[in-house]
Design a protein around this ligand. Structure first.
Ligand code: PLP
Length: 233
């Protein structure tokens, strides 16, 4: 095993533990999604050797290309990037792609429901929320969610399991802490509302730049790319 991968991973684990401690979340599990976009199969092997099993990609084409190399491994794939409706069918065919974290419109939801039905399997999704109203990002605006939920309760093959957000990159990640707080409070409200068919089990937020703050503010899943694959000062 490559010792660099191991030491980078240990450092991440240490930071996660410290953030959990600060937040009084010692007993909770924080899932790590390894973001493998632009990484080679060889690099991904290193990640799997560390015991990481959940991999995330942001482009359908790249996921489809990498997928066959890991068919005999115990891995699951998550789609985390903007998904065009005409490409949903390719995702539907990949049995080990178990979650779409980037559900960003009602029309996309309808397409997913239809394609999964054709494949005869269901898929978990997270609703991407553009909590920062960032014009450069996809995702539902908070106010549009109730309308979406009216429709979403009818889906059978698309299973809503929580929320995901991508925050703007800032040099000082403290600047985005209020957005983490805001989406956490939305997540908790929805959890308490118990809308039929809308489960709130995962809150996917935090990347290399800001995962410690995300954990302090309630993330259940963090999405890590660079910190696993590159040595960051
Ligand atoms: C690339 C990417 C990440 C990981 O980003 P890093 O800063 O490299 O950790 C997380 N989430 C999404 C949606 C991404 O596209």
């Amino acid at each position: 095993m490559d010792t660099l991968f191991k030491s980078r991973f240990e450092r991440i684990l240490e930071r996660i533990e410290k953030a959990k401690l600060r937040a009084g979340r010692e007993d909770e599990e924080i899932e790590i999604l390894s973001i493998t976009k632009n990484r080679s199969s060889k690099q991904i092997q290193e990640i799997l050797d560390l015991g990481l099993k959940k991999l995330g990609e942001n482009r359908v084409q790249e996921l489809v290309e990498k997928y066959p190399s890991f068919l005999d491994r115990d891995v699951s794939w998550h789609m985390v990037g903007h998904l065009q409706r005409n490409k949903v069918k390719y995702i539907a065919r990949l049995k080990n792609c178990v979650m779409i974290q980037s559900l960003d419109s009602q029309r996309l939801a309808q397409q997913i429901e239809g394609e999964m039905k054709k494949e005869g399997r269901s898929i978990d999704v997270l609703i991407q929320v553009n909590i920062a109203h960032d014009p450069n990002k996809y995702g539902f605006l908070k106010d549009t969610l109730p309308q979406f939920f009216d429709e979403a309760q009818n889906y059978r093959y698309l299973k809503i399991k929580g929320l995901m957000t991508i925050l703007p990159y800032t040099k000082d990640p403290e600047e985005v802490r209020p957005f983490f707080k805001e989406i956490y409070s939305l997540y908790q409200d929805l959890k308490e509302e118990r809308i039929p068919g809308i489960e709130m089990k995962h809150l996917s937020m935090g990347m290399t730049n800001d995962y410690e703050i995300a954990i302090e503010e309630g993330a259940t899943m963090i999405r890590i790319g660079s910190a696993l694959f590159e040595t960051i000062k």
